[in-house]
Ligand binder design. Structure first.
Ligand code: ADP
Ligand code: MG
Length: 717
């Protein structure tokens, strides 16, 4: 038997069971081995049932008890609906307790009156009489001799195949393969050098330990997936992913691009003449980085991070000008139609006398000559810069010679869209812009092949938004502060965590349904309501009226996070602020303080917190004190770890089977470092198995849930 053999070659797997397993994606031996136990039970110490007045004996794992008992009166009891439970009485010779299993009617046939069983579960006081009861313990028939305690793996089901069956199969495969092939029963692909350097077990040792833990195993470590065995599996998985990224990066470096740029002094002069202001130092630097990429031989793949208002769009506009002067078309994609329109308007103002622009949207707000005509002009190469939403530009618009694609707010732009761009056979230079910064260390490790530029300087003349955290019973203060801004001609957002009161489990959270009218009355200004369940046309209408000032207050959910630019918006109230992550709070705050009109006064953001945890308090303290997106991202990273930070910032990240970027962060970093070195050593003798592992590109124990190399390439960044 080999890891690559079909699952039916495992002992006890016939065509029927094999079919069931295969249907659930478990086709080969290695797929079964990759199905790790979800937890472990420590049954090394036998305990006894607690007496009526006693607490459970503390010698076993937290709360759980392993005990040998006689079972009396096993019976099935019917509850309401289709539910039933199996009950029995357990007697360990000294004390007695009730046992109950829910929804496992088949157990009844396996329980014999008066026979001995090993039970493992957490005792609890029964409602009613307060007697001890074990609910849903694992149960195993034992013979006359005292059972040997062990660390037992507990599996999840595989499709229809129940956990106990999975346990027998996985354990059986490990012992059969060990018997047939010795202690190195599965091919090691990790080079000895890396393994030794990190002090990691071999693949065979790791898989043996997770599936058949040794009597000395630390159950705590196993359960937290921090055992050396788990570390080995996680590191191995990360290493293969990082090797793939490194290989793709290298290949891309060798590939040329089908177009080139001419960057001469005339363009530089034209660009400078375009702007009514001077670029900030950060903008100059990032622009140089972009121009360097454009004039280079391979397609650009660059992420520009910068807070809202740091001048990203301006930089993109200059890049588009450079493209146009090189005879190339550009496309700028925004996450919503409204944003696309806004971009179009401001870009037309900036570039209109120098370039030909077109707006492509799906709705009625189209240019008078019609959508088809616009598309035709783009296809004929008569439009320099096309602005639109992601979908439109990718699906139906053809370009004569697309050189540069700019993607705004990439966290709203999924992997799928990036892929479809590549599938159109286009290899434009790609500029991705985001106002939700990811700490540099994180971006490099996760994106691997993406270059990162940072705009960490605000244009002059903008005063930072003042932020205050208040408690829910001080909301009159918030009203006063907002009314003051409104009197000066400003506009305000009130952000609610929920649409209606029924949504969250905590009833205390303010919802739009419940308190919108209170806020509308208290603020005494024309209000509009916007949330996810308002239709798009109505939402766009309300947003436009907010932008033109016929509505002064927007009562909304976080849908405004990526919204239109309203320079007059100078106040924001965030209700239930304790519920939001730092990144999201900061993103919301970015909606205000965008204008430079001094008459409107200083902008203010009021976070209303409804009593909260120490964690939330720390978060809000950072929010109150800092206006710097990078500082906030770093703090988020420190407080919540990379997994959380990434989770809220990028939904399209690679998923891992064994490793967890948050828990196994240091292994991810190690894998990244090692991969760049290993890539050069791949051809060396001794690394054949690693090479094969990479080349195999199929899901399984090694590449696990990773996509094959070919699609990985189009997925990047
Ligand atoms: P972002 O896309 O990062 O949110 P924008 O490029 O839209 O930022 O710029 C925000 C505002 O600041 C715009 O009105 C823009 O014209 C202005 N701006 C950008 N760069 C500068 C600068 N260097 N000096 C003055 N104003 C600037
Ligand atoms: Mg922008």
């Amino acid at each position: 038997m080999e890891a690559g053999d079909p699952i039916t070659s495992a002992r006890g797997v016939g065509p029927v069971l094999g079919g069931k397993l295969a249907d659930a994606g478990c086709r080969r031996i290695r797929d079964l081995l990759a199905h790790l136990p979800i937890r472990y039970e420590d049954r090394r110490t036998l305990g006894r049932l607690p007496g009526p007045e006693e607490e459970p004996s503390p010698e076993t794992a937290p709360g759980a008890l392993t005990v040998v008992v006689r079972l009396e009166k096993p019976r099935r009891v019917f509850g309401r609906g289709r539910f039933s439970r199996v009950q029995a009485i357990a007697d360990d010779g000294e004390n007695r307790a009730g046992v109950v299993w829910f929804n496992r009617p088949y157990l009844l046939n396996q329980l014999e009156e008066g026979a001995s069983y090993l039970l493992h579960g957490v005792p609890r006081r029964r409602g009613g009489d307060g007697a001890w009861e074990l609910a849903n313990p694992t149960v195993e028939r034992v013979g006359e001799e005292t059972p040997r305690g062990a660390v037992r793996p507990v599996y999840g089901r595989i499709g229809d195949v129940p956990p106990s069956r999975v346990e027998r199969l996985a354990g059986g495969v490990v012992s059969d393969m060990t018997e047939a092939r010795g202690s190195n029963w599965i091919d090691e692909w990790l080079p000895e050098e890396e393994r030794a350097r990190h002090g990691l077990p071999s693949l065979a040792e790791a898989l043996t330990e997770v599936h058949r833990p040794s009597p000395e195993a630390s159950v705590g470590e196993l359960n937290e997936r921090r055992s050396p065995a788990h570390a080995r599996l996680a590191y191995g998985e990360f290493l293969l992913q990082q090797l793939q990224l490194a290989a793709v990066r290298r290949r891309r470096r060798r590939q040329g691009k089908p177009h080139g740029y001419r960057i001469c002094d005339a363009v530089r002069r034209e660009a400078r003449g375009l702007l009514p202001f001077q670029l900030t130092g950060a903008q100059e630097r990032v622009l140089q980085e972009i121009v360097g990429d454009l004039s280079g031989p391979r397609p650009m793949l660059r992420l520009v991070q910068g807070d809202v208002g740091s001048g990203k769009t301006v930089i993109a506009a200059l890049a588009c000008l450079v493209a146009a002067r090189s005879g190339l078309q550009s496309a700028l994609m925004a996450p919503t139609e409204l944003l696309a329109e806004q971009h179009f308007t401001s870009l037309a103002r900036l570039l209109g006398s120098h370039l030909t622009l077109a707006l492509v949207t799906s709705s009625q707000h189209i240019a008078s000559d019609g959508r088809a005509a616009v598309r035709e002009r783009i296809a004929a190469g008569r439009v320099d810069l096309t602005v639109g939403t992601h979908a439109l530009i990718q699906e139906r618009t053809r370009f004569a010679r697309l050189g540069l694609a700019v993607i705004d707010e990439q966290h709203r732009f999924g992997v799928a869209q990036r892929q479809s761009l590549a599938e159109k056979g286009l290899r434009p230079d790609l500029l991705v812009m985001t106002a939700t910064p990811i700490p540099r260390s994180l971006a490099l490790t996760v994106y691997g092949d993406l270059d990162v530029s940072i705009l960490d300087e605000m244009p002059p003349g903008r005063s930072p938004v003042e932020t205050r955290v208040i408690s829910a019973d001080q909301r009159d203060q918030a009203v006063e502060l907002v009314r003051e801004r409104l009197r000066r001609g400003g506009r305000a957002y009130v952000v609610f965590p929920l649409i209606d009161a029924g949504e969250g489990s905590a009833a205390a959270l303010p919802s739009l349904e419940e308190s919108a009218s209170w806020w509308a009355d208290a603020l005494g200004a024309p209000c509009g309501v916007v949330h996810g369940r308002v239709g798009r046309d109505e939402r766009d209408g309300t947003m436009s009226r907010f932008a033109d000032g016929s509505i002064e207050v927007l009562l909304a959910t976080t849908v405004i996070e990526v919204g239109v630019d309203v320079p007059e918006a100078t106040a924001m109230v965030i209700l239930g602020a304790e519920r939001f992550g730092l990144a999201q709070l900061h993103q919301l705050r970015g909606r205000i303080g965008r204008g430079t009109n001094r008459a409107l006064g200083e902008s203010i953001c009021i976070a209303v917190s409804g009593g909260s945890s120490a964690d939330a308090e720390r978060r809000l303290a950072v929010f109150e004190e800092s206006n710097d997106g990078f500082r906030i991202a770093e703090e988020d990273l420190r407080q919540r770890g990379p997994g959380e930070v990434l989770g809220t910032r990028q939904a399209g990240l690679p998923q891992f089977r064994f490793g967890d970027p948050a828990r196994d962060w240091k292994w991810l970093v190690a894998a990244r470092t090692d991969a760049s070195v290993l890539l050069d050593r791949l051809a060396a003798p001794g690394n054949e198995t690693l090479r094969r592992q990479l080349e195999r590109r199929i899901p399984g124990i090694a590449l696990s849930s990773q996509e094959p190399l070919s699609s990985q390439e189009t997925v990047a960044p």
